[in-house]
Design a protein around this ligand. Sequence first.
Ligand code: PLP
Length: 379
Amino acid sequence: MEQKNTKSLQKLSKLRRQHKGLINLMPLQTGGMLTDAAKEALTEFGDGYSICDFCQGSLCNITNPAIRDFVRELLPQFLGCDVATITHGAREAKFMVMHSLAKPGDSILVDANRHYTTVVAAERVGLNVVEVPNSGHPEFRVDVNEYAPLIKKHTPKLILLTYPDGNYGNLPDAKRLGEIAQEYNIPYILNGAYAVGRMLVSMEEIGADFIIGSGHKSMASAGPVGILGMKKKWEETVLRKSDTYGNKEIELLGCSIRGVPLITLMASFPYVKERINHWDEQVSKAQWFSAELEKLGFEQLGEKPHRHDLLHFNTPELYEISKRVREKGYFLYKELRERGIWGPQPGLTKSFKLSTFAADRQQLGFVIDSFKAILSKYS
Ligand SMILES: *Cc1c(COP(=O)(O)O)cnc(C)c1O
């Protein structure tokens, strides 16, 4: 036991991630890669509670480092909302809204492409989750007009739309849902974990009550960190304060992000704010890449033409190969890895997701050629 313990401790003293220089196509990771400014801030503020030097009791009011300006001015303007706050992630943001606005036994209406954390957050609050179906294979589209009859039928306390969803990268008509929410007077949560920080999304423009983003998913932050924007009218409900400690928000358990996740989010923000202007190029890059992979016999799922860098492919040829090689499903990971590509989740060959967000056209060209070479190697 003692000896085993020593070995485990030794492992901790040399933690490594063999990742340098790889072309990264993993959807979870492409929008969360740090800027140089964030890497610098990461070491500068690496110590515990480093951002709390000049805190006077309310994290979002700290002026050194400039958290207050970031949260009170820059973020609301970026999100097109009245009030913003910092959370531990997109899921915690969803939970705190649900927990503030609904009670156990109430219902929430969500799209069928919702992220699993939407369901788990609702469960933690004790809500019934009702789903608006998608159109099924191959596009899995959500028609937001289908919210209306289900609102009448279930009288939910909240509605939520995933924009885009993390499975197909579909962008449903969020603005139309804003009109429906208004018509039925139901608070509307826009889950933009894969949108905020990649593309322009304005809560006001869309007509939502809440907008949610994820720092480590799409805002070049180490994370875990989320952002939550809302209409002014919800501030007193969602950001209500403790009776005992007048400057501590209850839903955030007093203070939210107390260090590196927030500081890296802030350090990357000027870059993130600028990069959303190049979204059109991101979309055309994704469409070109998808078309090239379809020429190899892969089937792109989700909306076509696609409007997001997150792409989901069915790849029956690769699956057939995996059945007859020694490494089974891991052969694809190994083949790509040898070529300097970090892409599909290791082990998957039947269908997988890729994101073109962090790679340039030249790198993507190399990825396409690599898939070609792998297919012909095993044919
Ligand atoms: C990744 C993801 C989340 C979870 O984000 P966290 O910030 O890690 O909680 C939620 N919703 C969608 C659609 C996602 O893709």
